[in-house]
Design a protein around this ligand. Structure first.
Ligand SMILES: [Zn+2]
Length: 411
């Protein structure tokens, strides 16, 4: 038996006035998804447990069968794993953005956060800046690593606060406080102060750095401060193969989801052309999935970020088009390949959470899913969408869907 999971990040939505009061899923021309819904088992599921924030790592962990209440440890350790960093026992990973703060000689706490991405600074420039930060603020226990663009990582062995709580400190997300004075959002208190001091010191190093002086001279935003958030220890995910008995591959461009796959012992090949943005090489992901099956994987998890990105951009037509691309360039060719093998297979199609274009952020609400089994055709619904799946059964626990897929629970 082969298993395919087609996960469209943030694909679920509300009816949109611009789409004739249809949701993007209803409005999209997606014959393959609708075929699966017509002949498969359809229902709705709550992927994010009560009281948890509907983040992609949380929801994707649930979809892969790992209870987020136990395994969700912050985004940074997953990204660190995906970056190829070896986390030592006792290491805490911190997402370390390089951000743009106002630079008018005001005290650090009075600065305004202008850009969480420093004008999407290039990785080459960032590498020099992170090296300067590491040289000045790093030591044998505290190390800074360059990631991509503005997204970097600090690993700190026995980080302050790490003995007390796994969360250490509730750092503010830089993209949530743009345009505001940073004082109230800086880490504070006995433990927070240590992190605040590093951030403040980084300003002195970075604001004078030649890379930034050149950026300012060119009218670009300087990356003049580091900003810590989402710290965590590496989650000990039970090996997916040992748990479910399948050789698994994750096809994904986003570090966060790739990191989950790697922590669970899955293969995670690099897909050329896959960007993790609204515009990506959809077909390359379909080809990568087929290659994974050809190379002996029994389970392939394709994650596409594009619909989520369209939701964040508030662009309903672009979201419709992303769904159509997933249908025609990923799902259709992979299903054709599976049909061609003559073997039994199952496909799970679902989003991780809604990202409604009207809200431009994730919501904690149920999402529609389909499980199609080519050797067990069922009577489903004519359209794969929120409305048609809503009345067909509801699973309050996100981890139940993968058990349905593997036949460990019966629908
Ligand atoms: Zn997501």
């Amino acid at each position: 038996m082969k298993y395919l999971v087609m996960l469209g990040d943030g694909m679920a939505d509300y009816p949109c006035p611009g789409l004739g009061d249809k949701t993007p899923l209803e409005a999209a021309y997606k014959p393959c998804m609708d075929y699966l819904a017509k002949n498969g088992f359809c229902a709705s599921v709550m992927t994010v447990p009560e009281g948890m924030v509907p983040e992609s790592d949380t929801a994707n962990l649930a979809v892969l069968g790992y209870d987020p209440k136990i395994y969700s440890k912050g985004r940074s350790p997953l990204e660190a794993t995906s970056m190829g960093l070896e986390m030592r026992p006792g290491d805490t990973a911190f997402r370390t953005n390089i951000v743009t703060l106002s630079d008018l000689g005001e005290p650090y706490g009075d600065k305004i956060i202008i850009d969480h991405s420093s004008g999407e600074i290039s990785t080459e420039e960032a590498r020099e800046l992170i090296a300067a930060v590491d040289a000045a603020l790093g030591d044998s226990r505290r190390r800074f690593f360059t990631g991509i663009s503005y997204r970097h990582c600090m690993l700190w062995e026995n980080a302050p606060g790490s003995g007390i709580s796994e969360k250490i400190y509730d750092f503010s997300r830089p993209h949530d406080i743009l345009g505001r004075r940073i004082g109230p959002y800086l880490p504070a208190g006995e433990i927070g102060e240590v992190y605040r001091e590093l951030m403040e010191k980084s300003f002195d190093i970075l604001s004078k750095h030649p890379v930034n002086l050149k950026r300012v001279a060119e009218g670009k935003r300087p990356a003049n401060s580091i900003w810590f958030w989402s710290p965590g220890v590496k989650p000990k995910l039970e090996n997916f193969k040992e748990r479910f008995g399948v050789k698994a591959t994750v096809i994904c461009a986003v570090d966060l989801i790739k990191g989950i796959g790697l922590c669970a012992g899955m293969d995670a090949p690099k897909v050329e052309g896959a960007t993790g943005g609204a515009v990506t090489d959809f077909a390359a992901k379909g080809r990568a999935a087929i290659d994974a099956f050809r190379n002996g994987s029994d389970f392939v998890y394709i994650h596409v970020e594009a619909p989520d990105e369209c939701g964040h951009q508030g662009d309903a037509p672009l979201k419709v088009s992303a769904i159509e691309h997933i249908d025609s360039e990923i799902l259709t060719p992979v299903k054709e390949y599976l049909d061609g093998t003559g073997e039994p297979y199952r496909i799970l199609l679902m989003p991780d959470h809604p990202t409604p274009v009207s809200l431009r952020t994730h919501t904690r609400e149920s999402v529609p899913f389909v499980i199609y089994d080519n050797s067990h055709i069922r009577e489903g619904v004519s359209c794969y969408c929120e409305k048609s799946c809503a009345g067909l059964g509801f699973y309050p626990d996100g981890t139940s869907v993968i058990k349905l897929l593997f036949g460990m629970e019966t629908a």
